[in-house]
Each structure stands twice: as C-alpha cells, then as structure tokens.
Design a protein. Sequence first.
Lengths: 114, 117
Amino acid sequence: AQSVTQPDIHITVSEGASLELRCNYSYGATPYLFWYVQSPGQGLQLLLKYFSGDTLVQGIKGFEAEFKRSQSSFNLRKPSVHWSDAAEYFCAVGAKQAGTALIFGKGTTLSVSS
Amino acid sequence: GAVVSQHPSRVICKSGTSVKIECRSLDFQATTMFWYRQFPKQSLMLMATSNEGSKATYEQGVEKDKFLINHASLTLSTLTVTSAHPEDSSFYICSAREGGRGNTEAFFGQGTRLTVV
C-alpha cells in the first residue's frame, strides 16, 4: 500500500535550535517527494521537492531535506528555527505522471518556544 | 510557479442547501485536478480526481452524489456540495499538476472553509 508516515505528531523546538521532521514513505513506483507547510486556516506552501539527482535538496526559508532510498525516508531539516516557522508540516509522495494525486502524511505540528 | 485560484475562501450555508467551490489554474492547463478534504488538525484526504471532459474518479467512501465534480475546461474544476449538512463542514483544497511535462509538482489553491449551520 502507498502511504506516508510522519511519526511525530507534535514537536516543540527552542528558537535558534535545529529541527528535524521525519518522513517515511511506502510507494510502489519511483517516488517524487514533497514537503509542504501550512499555517492555520491557510493553504499549502511548497517548501521543497525531490524528483531525482542530488539527494540533498534545498528549499525555501532555509529548509533542506535528504532523500534516503535505503531507508525510504525524506526527513526535513533546518539548522536554526525561527518563531515564524511554527506551523503544520506535511510530507507527501506522488508519481511522475501529472494525473496522479499526492498522498499526504498526517502532518507534524511544530511549536517554537522562546 | 504556477497559480491555482480557489473561490470562495470561506462560505457559510444553511443545512440542506448546495454550495459550489471553484478551482482555477490561472497560467497553465490542468487536464487533471484533485479535491482534498481536511478536518481540523488532520491531514489532507483525497476525495476525488477530476478529469477534464470526463467523469471524476472518487475515492472509496466518498459519496459521488453528494460531492459533484465538474471539470468542463482545462482551467476550471468545480466541487458542489449538495444538500449540505453540518458534518460536511470542513476545509476543502483543490490541487492541479501541470501536464505535458516531466517532473511536475502539485500546485494548491488556498482552500475553502465551509461551515454548514
């Protein structure tokens, strides 16, 4: 079955500390992987994506993610968290074909403490 | 990047009435659009895949007669919630992937907050 698992429902990080959000996937075809961020009551903003090539992907707002095929993981990282990073983060997987929908994980809520 | 516009952003309707939500791809053609539903504090659940010029494909458990989807053009898909009830209150998000190219990301609308009273 195709699925995305985000093991951490809620994470609290001190401002300025590093962050890692975990994502594991199960997908039958070559996975295209995404991380999205959602603020309360808002739509989704794409942070970064992995299609192929370099397994370390840089995104917006200082985020990066590393694709590890052997571990079926695509963890999101940020070296220094800002209070404005508090939001809901979703990992998603999809196929190459434009006609296929993305499958989302349940999300991780990030809280930032001062 | 490409833009997907969703309208309205918020709607309140009375129980028993119908509500139409529009999803437009503004600068690209989308032969396929997707409709998701998101409950508070939960993930996005795919409801249906909307195909231009043909019938939508619904996910298991989604009532096709309640959630009518029409994809009449390459830039517009609509979701109509018919005979809405309070349990239909939710956040609905549409998405489109730009067809005709290789590595395509999904673009999302800003969502529609539906409240049925």
